[in-house]
Design a protein. Structure first.
Ligand code: XMP
Length: 316
């Protein structure tokens, strides 16, 4: 008999016992785990917590503002760091997907470390590690690998943090339940997973400011549309991809030569295998119209009808 309110009290007591009057640092990704952890820690240790959100410029439209608006009113001492220029600079001209991931992981650690040092001394580093992560990192190469940049374990030893991981025994559903009781807004609480490298791995090939801007607008139309049509919760993950394909189209009396955007939505239990979501044609038609009308750099929209395997969920 799992009682979330009771668990919250226990977790808070455990954190207080571990941390004492020490200072705690937390990296917020904007996902449900780290956001919920921020809320829990704010309750447990208040101002002893500093939460840091790195804006790497690979986020969705309005994401940083959403995280700020969700956490600050609930007492989380949240600092947002604008590291967009560093990330864009480091990724300049890089088209290989694994290379992109490596660079983003490295830059993330750098930005976080710099911020941590600037903020003074911290005794603890909090992480939203869940029970399945604990199991995975014991074995399974693929999954652990995928999440490698997510934990900030690559930090230099002299920072000398002790780890605080209150969610180590919990599953995602349990964290979501805790999030509900702590007042995390639904759009974050029930959000699809979003990869650490963000939109960079959905903008195929070398990224540019201009391409990221196009992708952000397409993604926003698609994700908002799914929510508007009540289809969001029925998908496990949905994404927009900006392809490097340019093709001929016609807009009014004019010939266009613009990019192709791909939409993908999947259903899955574990993200190891997935089916493409059978979204209604009418919905897809509406999305296609909105995208080509509102995003002038796009003149063609395709829907990905491939399962995993043989395809992966992301295109890079
Ligand atoms: P794939 O594309 O391998 O994705 O079918 C499976 C799940 O993992 C996510 N994913 C990532 N998550 N960093 C992450 O944090 C990554 O580099 C990464 N690559 C894929 C993907 O979004 C999906 O949920």
């Amino acid at each position: 008999d799992w009682n979330a309110e009771h668990i919250i009290d226990e977790l808070i007591a455990d954190v207080q016992a571990q941390v004492g009057d020490g200072k705690v640092l937390l990296a917020i990704s904007g996902g449900v785990d780290s956001s919920t952890l921020g809320l829990l820690l704010a309750r447990a240790v208040g101002e002893q917590l500093t939460a840091v959100f790195i804006d790497h410029g690979l986020l969705r439209l309005g994401e940083r503002e959403q995280v700020e608006a969700a956490l600050r009113p609930l007492g989380v001492n949240l600092i947002t760091v604008d590291a967009r220029a560093e990330f864009m600079g480091a990724l300049d001209g890089v088209s290989d997907p694994e290379q992109k991931r490596k660079i983003i992981g490295r830059e993330f650690i750098r930005a976080f470390e710099r911020e941590a040092r600037g903020l003074g001394h911290f005794d603890f580093l909090a992480q939203g590690t869940l029970y399945p992560d604990v199991i995975e990192s014991a074995g399974g190469e693929g999954a652990a690998n995928i999440k490698s940049h997510h934990n900030v374990g690559g930090l230099p030893d002299d920072l000398n943090f002790k780890l605080v991981e209150p969610f180590r025994t919990l599953f995602k559903d349990e964290v979501r339940e805790i999030a509900r009781l702590l007042g995390l807004p639904e759009h974050i609480r029930m959000r699809h997973p979003f990869p650490g490298p963000g939109l960079a791995i959905r903008c195929l090939g070398a990224i540019t400011e201009e391409k990221m801007d196009i992708l952000r607008r397409v993604d926003d139309i698609f994700i908002s549309g799914l929510r508007e049509f009540g289809l969001y919760d029925g998908c496990s993950q949905a994404l927009a991809i900006l392809t490097p394909i340019q093709s001929v189209g016609v807009m009014g009396d004019e010939r266009t030569y613009s990019y192709t955007a791909a939409l993908r939505a999947v259903t899955t239990d574990d993200f190891m295998t997935a089916e493409w979501a059978r979204l209604p044609y009418e919905f897809l038609a509406t999305m296609s119209n909105r995208i080509v009308n509102q995003v002038h750099e796009i003149n063609r929209v395709v829907y990905d009808i491939t399962g995993k395997p043989p395809a992966t969920i992301e295109w890079e």
